[in-house]
Ligand binder design. Structure first.
Ligand code: CA
Length: 233
């Protein structure tokens, strides 16, 4: 399972240790040392998990966590908080409202890796499946086939990747910038309106002769695959 992890930590040796071990596990790793820089970075990219230090220059980890939870794009982002010994108890209980998990420094790397794996599995079991199914929509990653109510849906390669990306993270809202980064890759420069064009094509292909639109447009925020789509109301 490949996932992108953002490390927000101001102790460089620790960042490098984590980067080395996470990359060895096959994760994509990005790191920033300041809380305010992390906030900026998270508006541009959509990692699958955040390893967030508590004490940071610029903006504290807990404040960043609070802000992330307030934005639809990052509301469901899995967060593991790193705290120093002595910052636990009351304060940790406070952060438990925002972070999914926390680990006290100094910690063992295997322990953190295990927590990351567990959290990723819990947050998105879809990431490990070959067959993604939501409502009447089915996507086979190996055969590269999509069907709706059992009928094949013809998609171009970009629309396929876009649908796969959204189906892996149902309910989460992605900005155009985050979709560009996640589907096209961060090295490519493409106009954000390109995203609208491909979402439009994807919609057209999926909704042919069907009623409900599985893709939700969130005004001012972006797009999401409706996680309630297909469920009996
Ligand atoms: Ca720190």
């Amino acid at each position: 399972m490949t996932a992108n992890i953002l490390i927000v930590e101001d102790e460089e040796p620790l960042t490098e240790l984590l980067r080395y071990n996470l990359e060895a596990e096959g994760y994509g790793v990005d790191a920033v040392a300041r809380g305010d820089d992390a906030e900026t970075r998270l508006r541009e990219t959509a990692p699958d998990l955040l390893v967030l230090d508590w004490m940071l220059p610029g903006l504290s980890g807990i404040e960043l966590c609070r802000r992330l939870r307030a934005r639809p794009q990052t509301q469901g982002l899995p967060i593991i908080m790193l705290t120093a010994r002595g910052e636990e108890s009351e304060r940790v209980r406070g952060l438990a409202t925002g972070a999914d998990d926390y680990i006290v420094k100094p910690f063992s790397v295997p322990e953190l890796l295990a927590r990351i794996r567990a959290l990723l599995r819990r947050a998105s079991p879809e990431r490990v499946a070959t067959l993604l199914m939501i409502g009447d929509l089915e996507l086979d990653r190996e055969k590269k086939r999509v069907s709706r109510t059992g009928r094949p849906v013809e998609l171009g390669p970009t629309e396929f990747r876009l649908l796969e990306f959204l189906m892996e993270r149902p309910g989460r809202v992605f900005s155009r910038e985050q979709l560009l980064d996640g589907v096209w890759g961060s090295d490519v420069y493409i106009d954000e309106r390109t995203v609208d064009v491909h979402v439009g094509r994807l919609r057209k292909a999926l909704n042919r002769g069907q009623g409900t639109d599985p893709i939700r447009t969130v005004r001012g925020a972006g797009y999401a695959l409706d996680d309630r789509f297909g469920k009996a109301s």
